[in-house]
Design a protein around this ligand. Structure first.
Ligand code: ATP
Ligand code: MG
Length: 135
């Protein structure tokens, strides 16, 4: 599925992603500043997270609670140097819980990416609109 969107459309796009995702684990690929965190913030909002969602700057993972008291984990692996570091943070345990998991920079942990995750690729077209490919 391919969707082009501007910022004002992001919440409805997020709703569609939640409906269409084949997995509770979503991998967000795309260059710096393309809009991964922005989209994850909207997805979290649609899932009923009321806290502010921002990139985990000082830690690799942020945890949020949804309205239904479900848990959502937001990982940002940008600052990881060696992919084995995911073992130290217990990544393998996180992904077995069945909670919503949103991952920025999954390419940094290529060997540990769970099978059957939902890939979300974001890019910017000539007009500055975001192009999202779900596959
Ligand atoms: N659909 C969109 N249309 C226009 N601007 C957007 C869109 N989505 C995000 N942006 C803007 O792009 C900027 C960068 O977004 P964001 O921080 O989400 O990127 P990122 O992919 O998470 O970057 P990083 O890899 O550095 O974490 C923000 O200023 C945001 O408002
Ligand atoms: Mg980000």
């Amino acid at each position: 599925m391919k969707i082009t969107y501007v910022l004002s459309e992001i919440d409805s796009i997020a709703t569609r992603i939640i409906e269409c995702s084949k997995s509770n684990i979503l991998l967000f690929y795309g260059d710096m500043g393309v809009g991964k965190t922005t989209l994850i913030t909207s997805l979290a909002k649609q899932l009923g997270v009321s806290e502010t969602v921002s990139s985990p700057t000082f830690s690799i993972v942020n945890e949020y609670r949804t309205l239904e008291d479900k848990v959502l984990y937001h990982f940002d692996f940008y600052r990881i140097n060696h992919e084995e570091e995911v073992l130290d943070i217990g990544f393998e345990e996180y992904i077995q819980q069945g909670d919503w998991i949103f991952i920025e920079w999954p390419e940094k942990i290529a060997s540990f990416i769970p099978e059957n995750s939902q890939n979300v690729q974001i890019s910017i077209d000539k007009t500055g609109q975001r192009v999202l490919i779900l596959e």
